[in-house]
Design a protein around this ligand. Structure first.
Ligand code: AMP
Length: 131
């Protein structure tokens, strides 16, 4: 585990502690779920480990793959609870990819009744780019 001496708690840790208001819509022993404050789809949830030692999904996968698997399962349950069977799961990784909070979290994006066409955030490649 990396000790983050001298760093501030992340905004998600502060939400978990109740220092910043946000409704926790689902939680397990290790993971909690909140609604994104700036939703980019009709359903936009954030799935977050309670511990903040991993900054992004690459670190998490290397350090605790079981916790990553737990996040995916919690994402599935949270999406289902919100009314979506299908969903988009996004881990922004690095500043260049739009990551702004360095406490690993997954974005769950979906619409309530099926189709994903309106679920944005990396929903397609920029014009002129090919996969
Ligand atoms: P990322 O840019 O991938 O690091 O995602 C961070 C996300 O946290 C953004 O989508 C923000 O809208 C969201 N966010 C920031 N502050 C809050 C908050 N207080 N409550 C809920 N979501 C937040």
């Amino acid at each position: 585990m990396t000790e983050r001496v001298g760093t501030e708690p992340s905004i998600f840790t502060r939400i978990l502690r109740g220092e910043i208001p946000s409704e926790i819509v689902l939680q397990t022993d290790d993971v909690f779920v909140i609604r994104d404050i700036a939703p980019q789809a009709p359903i936009h949830l954030l799935v977050i480990p309670k511990a903040d030692e991993y900054a992004d999904v690459v670190e998490l996968a290397a350090g605790d793959p079981k916790l990553l698997a737990s996040m995916v399962e919690v994402a599935r349950v949270a999406a289902s609870q919100a009314g979506a069977a299908d969903f988009r799961l996004i881990f922004n990784t690095g500043v260049g990819a739009g990551q702004t909070v360095f406490h690993v979290h997954a974005h769950v994006l979906a619409t309530r009744f099926g189709g994903l066409a309106e679920a944005t955030m990396a929903g397609g490649l920029p014009d002129g780019e090919e996969a």
